[in-house]
Each structure stands twice: as structure tokens, then as C-alpha cells.
Design a protein around this ligand. Structure first.
Ligand SMILES: Nc1nc2c(ncn2[C@@H]2O[C@H](COP(=O)(O)OP(=O)(O)OP(=O)(O)O)[C@@H](O)[C@H]2O)c(=O)[nH]1
Length: 573
């Protein structure tokens, strides 16, 4: 069984943990909401920022590439590739562009003879810009034929140039004549490493930027292994699409869904979609924007574990634990001092009262139900203690009364027969102890029956009461006087000697005779007295006195017969 204290503390802890759990869940829901709103805004800002950076880097290059494509010198040469003067003019113009392009390189591919021209920042191929002939059967050259086939006027392509030994972000622009017929392709390549460093390796912890093409194939990403090089020539399904980054199929679907949605929306320029995704087990917020100028998507991934690390919660947890401990401590203190300790004191007080000990120890009385209960109990105990005391006193009084009544003759107030028996035992044992002798006087009213019969029972009672009074008056204070029954009385004299015994018996007889005459009812007494030995039994003693009385009656009444144990004296009136 658990104590009240452990139950209360257990319940309090459970309630606090329950409340804390509720608060925690509420906090989590709220903080997730805040993080989501905040993250969406950050993602949108980041997407716009990154897009702007990319576009600002590219726009000038794209503009120059488009100018090259519309250059009359180049168009004319593309129409007549074999014309050396047109070639000279065109290459001259291309060289002018090379100095203006940021990576100082260009390429020109002519459709008619599939000749590919190139010069780089080092002017390595000056006078020797013709590099090779594009081969429709070569995988390395497939990009050219694919773009021509698709007729896409502008295209960005991340592609290694095996022949030149470089990997670049290529800006490809179709060269067309006035009728729109495709004549070739011109463009420039940007150093991918420098570009990646500038745009996607921004070194912001927890923020990853990547660019994917119209089909979701990764084009710019800090991890080169994910970049879908030469994406243009790969069939669908073999491309390194962005969904490869995400853990769950749902996230993959969602991101691809976002791309589709942004493509369809008429206001896609500047629109941003965002949502939570998991990458390598950690939660990210992804923001996606479409860049119509280049036909790519920009995706920003915010790593929430890095941006909002778990240890941010530690102070909160510490505050919670400290609050919990302090709250439990306070609760324990209050419950202990205001409920449990008073109850424990009350319990031991109740136990004490149950055992009949009414003197209560100090009972703490807090200002609450327990305090009032202790107060009531204290008052109740006090009342019970008083009542019990009064009851005990009454019982003792009554017992004493009964005790006395059992030994006192109701009519005369003298000892009755039981009282006389006790007195006899006491006298005998004292005599034995002290070696004293004692005397026993047995007396009987002469012809008492006649008084009763002639003058009434009431008067008989009066006579009995008067005899009692005279007897008391005749003996010493320490002598015992009792009514044996009817009209017979006993007097015990201890210590005693024969002359005293005789003298007292005679005094009794005479007093009664003389005094009774003054009452109008004269009476006489017959008295037998016996001088007892310490070793004699009560029966023997009474028998001896009775015999002496009998002799006094026989002797004519109104006389005293004293037996000294063998010797006998008689006294007449
Ligand atoms: N009024 C009254 N009478 C009592 C009481 N107790 C006994 N008696 C009467 O006392 C009388 C005692 O008579 P006995 O002792 O037998 O004879 P007696 O008349 O005294 O004659 P002797 O003893 O032979 O002198 C009886 O009539 C009893 O009824 C009592 O308490 N009150």
C-alpha cells in the first residue's frame, strides 16, 4: 500500500508531467508553425537572391551570345562556310566578342559543314580556331545535333568538352537566317568551377542552392557527382534529376509536383513554392522558383537542424526541469506542512485518545480543513475528558455509596450484619496481630414484639432508632456498634478488659432503661457479653455471646450476663 504522501506526490508529478507534455506539444506545434513560416520566407528570399545572382552573372553573357548569333558577319559566313573572306570577317568579330566575354572564349559550330570553331582565354587557338568536325555518330557531339533538332534558340548546358579537356556551363544560341533557317550555333562557356564557387558554394551553413533544368535534371550543385552533365542528350529516366536528393518517395513527388506547378502558372516569374523534405535523415525546407529567362529552376534547401539546432531547446528543457523540481519541492513543502504533518499528528492523537489518554500533545492547526478538524478534535477530546472525569467521579461516588449502603443499616444508620462481619474479622485479626483481647456485647430489646403489636410498627422503628442513638452515646468513639437484625444489636470493644466490658454493658442497659422512660415508651435490654481471645473464630465468638444473651433472657430479662470464657458474671438491674 502506498502512503497518502506518495499518492499525492505521485499524482502531482503525473499532473505536472501531463501539463508539461501538453505545453510541450503545444510549443512544438507553435514553433513548427513559426519555423515553417519563417523558413518559407527565408527560402523565398534566398531563392530570389540566388536567382538574381545567377541571372546577373549570366545575363550579360547570354546577351553577348545572342548578339553574336545575330551578327551579320557570322550569319553570312554560316551561309557560305567555304568563303575565306567571310570566314576572316566572322572570326575577327568572334575574337572581338572573346575579349568582352567574361571567360574570354567562344565557340561557333556551322551546320552546313559541321565545323566547330573555338578559342579560349589564352588565345591558344589564334589563327587556328577550327578545332574539329562534329560527328553525328559521336556521343560527345550529340548535344549539337539534339539542340538543332529541337530548334531551341537558347539553351544552357553543363557539358564536358572532351576534345578541349574542360567542363563548362555552355550558353548555346542558334544562328538563324532572315527566314529563320538554322545555320549553326554560337556561344561561350563559363568555367564551371569558378561558377559553382560563385553561385552555389556560397558557404552559408545550412543553406544549399542548386539549379535544375526544365526537366528537373541537376545542372549546378556543389556536389559535382550529382550534376547531370550533358543532360540534353540523355533519354528521360537516365537523368540525374533533383528528386534523387530526397529520402522519401512522397518528397520526391512533391518537389517534382512543385516544378510542374511553377511551369504551368502564368505568373511563374518570381513565384516561389516551398515545403518540408527530408535529406539524409534531416529535415529541410525546400524553396523552388522558376527562372524563365534561362528555363531553369532554382532550388534552395534550408537545413533546419543546422539553422535551428536542437541545442536551442536545451535552455527550455533546463528551465522546464528546474521549474518542475522547484514546483514539486514547493508542493511537497505545502502539502507536508499544511496537510500531511497535521494529519499525522492528528492520527497519533486519535490513537492516544482511543487508548484513553486524553492529555493531547501540540496539534498543528493550519488555516484549512485539516486545521479545523484538529481544532474540533481537540475540543471534542477536552469534552470527552471532562465527561469521562465526571463520570468516573460519579461512578466512584456511587460505588462508595453502594459499598456503604451494603454495610449500613438503613433504619438506624449503624453497621448492618455484613458491616459487623467485616468489623469482627478486623477486630479479630488486629487482636491476633497486637495480642489484645476484645469484648463482644449482644443485646436484644425485651418484649419488643408487644411494642410493635400494641403501639404500631412505626413506633417500633422509632424505638429501634433511639436504641441506636443511646448505644452510640454509651460507647467510646472507636468501639463498633451495629444492628444484627430485628431488635438485636452488637457492640464490639477492642481493646478491652473484663471490667470495661462489664461496665459498658451495664452502662448500655441502664442508659436505655432510664432514657426510654423519658420518651414515653420505656424499654429494657437483655445483654450477653463475651470476652474474646485472639485465636477464636467468629462463630465461636458469636455463639458465646448469644449464649450469654440467652442466659440473660432466661434470667428474667433487663440484665447483663458476661462470659469471660469459662467464668461468667451476671448483672441484674
Ligand atoms: N418495628 C419493627 N419491628 C421489628 C423490626 N425487625 C423485627 N421486628 C419485630 O421485633 C420483634 C422481635 O421479637 P422477638 O425478639 O422474637 O421477641 P420479643 O418480643 O422481643 O421478646 P423477647 O426477645 O423474648 O424479650 C418481632 O415482632 C419482629 O416483628 C423492625 O425493623 N422494626
Amino acid at each position: 500500500m502506498f502512503s497518502l504522501k506518495s499518492k499525492i506526490m505521485g499524482l502531482a508529478t503525473a499532473l505536472m508531467v501531463f501539463a508539461a507534455l501538453g505545453s510541450w506539444l503545444g510549443y512544438r506545434a507553435l514553433s513548427n508553425d513559426i519555423v515553417e513560416r519563417w523558413g518559407q520566407q527565408v527560402a523565398e528570399i534566398q531563392v530570389r537572391y540566388d536567382s538574381a545572382r545567377l541571372l546577373s552573372s549570366l545575363e550579360r553573357e547570354i546577351g553577348l551570345a545572342k548578339q553574336m548569333a545575330s551578327s551579320q558577319a557570322i550569319i553570312q559566313w554560316a551561309q557560305n562556310p567555304e568563303d575565306p573572306s567571310l570566314q576572316e570577317q566572322a572570326l575577327e568579330e568572334l575574337e572581338t566578342y572573346r575579349t568582352n566575354l567574361s571567360d574570354h572564349n567562344y565557340f561557333l559550330a556551322l551546320l552546313e559543314n559541321r565545323h566547330y570553331y573555338y578559342n579560349n582565354a589564352n588565345n591558344e587557338f589564334a589563327g587556328n580556331q577550327f578545332r574539329y568536325v562534329l560527328d553525328p555518330d559521336s556521343a560527345d557531339d550529340a548535344w549539337f545535333f539534339q539542340l538543332i533538332e529541337e530548334g531551341r534558340d537558347f539553351h544552357l548546358n553543363v557539358n564536358p568538352d572532351v576534345a578541349l579537356g574542360v567542363t563548362k556551363l555552355w550558353i548555346d544560341v542558334l544562328v538563324r537566317d532572315d527566314q529563320g533557317n538554322i545555320l549553326g550555333m554560337v556561344g561561350t562557356g563559363l568555367n564551371l568551377d569558378a561558377f559553382l564557387q560563385d553561385i552555389v558554394d556560397i558557404g552559408q551553413d545550412g543553406i544549399t542552392t542548386l539549379f535544375v533544368d526544365y526537366n528537373g535534371a541537376i545542372q549546378l550543385y556543389r556536389d559535382r557527382n550529382y550534376i547531370d552533365f550533358a543532360s540534353i542528350i540523355k533519354p528521360e529516366g537516365q537523368k540525374n534529376t533533383v528528386d534523387r536528393l530526397f529520402d522519401s518517395p512522397q518528397d520526391k513527388q512533391r518537389i517534382l509536383g512543385m516544378l510542374e506547378m511553377l511551369k504551368k502558372r502564368p505568373d511563374t516569374a518570381g513565384a516561389v513554392e516551398s515545403g518540408f523534405v527530408r535529406i539524409n535523415g534531416s529535415e529541410h525546407l525546400a524553396g523552388v522558383a522558376f527562372l524563365p529567362t534561362i528555363g531553369w529552376f532554382e532550388i534552395t534547401l534550408l537545413d533546419l537542424n543546422t539553422l535551428v539546432p536542437g541545442h536551442y531547446l536545451w535552455p527550455l528543457i533546463v528551465v522546464f526541469l528546474v521549474t518542475l523540481v522547484v514546483a514539486l519541492g514547493l508542493f511537497h513543502y505545502v502539502i507536508q506542512s499544511r496537510v500531511l504533518r497535521p494529519i499525522a499528528s492528528l492520527e497519533s492523537a486519535v490513537e492516544q485518545v482511543r487508548e484513553g489518554r486524553f492529555e493531547l500533545p501540540y496539534l498543528p492547526k493550519p488555516d484549512n480543513e485539516v486545521g479545523r478538524l484538529a481544532d474540533h478534535f481537540e475540543k471534542m477530546t477536552d469534552r470527552v475528558r471532562r465527561y469521562t472525569g465526571e463520570l468516573e467521579a460519579t461512578v466512584a461516588q456511587r460505588t462508595e455509596q453502594l459499598h456503604r449502603q451494603a454495610r449500613v443499616d438503613a433504619l438506624t444508620g449503624l453497621k448492618n450484619r455484613r458491616g459487623l462481619d467485616e468489623a469482627l474479622l478486623e477486630v479479630i485479626s488486629r487482636a491476633e496481630r497486637e495480642g489484645n483481647r476484645y469484648g463482644l456485647i449482644w443485646l436484644d430489646i425485651d418484649h419488643f414484639k408487644i411494642i410493635n403489636d400494641d403501639r404500631g410498627h412505626q413506633l417500633g422503628d422509632d424505638v429501634l432508632r433511639r436504641v441506636a442513638t443511646w448505644l452510640k452515646a454509651s460507647v467510646r468513639p472507636y468501639d463498633v456498634v451495629g444492628r444484627w437484625g430485628g431488635d438485636e444489636f452488637l457492640v464490639l470493644l477492642s481493646p478491652c478488659d473484663p471490667p470495661t466490658l462489664e461496665e459498658l454493658a451495664e452502662r448500655i442497659r441502664r442508659t436505655t432503661e432510664v432514657e426510654s422512660k423519658t420518651t414515653g415508651v420505656g424499654i429494657t435490654l437483655s445483654i450477653g457479653a463475651y470476652y474474646g481471645h485472639p485465636s477464636e473464630s467468629i462463630d465461636h465468638l458469636l455463639k458465646q455471646a448469644d449464649q450469654a444473651l440467652y442466659k440473660a433472657k432466661q434470667g428474667g430479662r433487663n440484665r447483663v450476663v458476661v462470659s469471660l470464657g469459662g467464668l461468667e458474671t451476671s448483672d441484674t438491674n
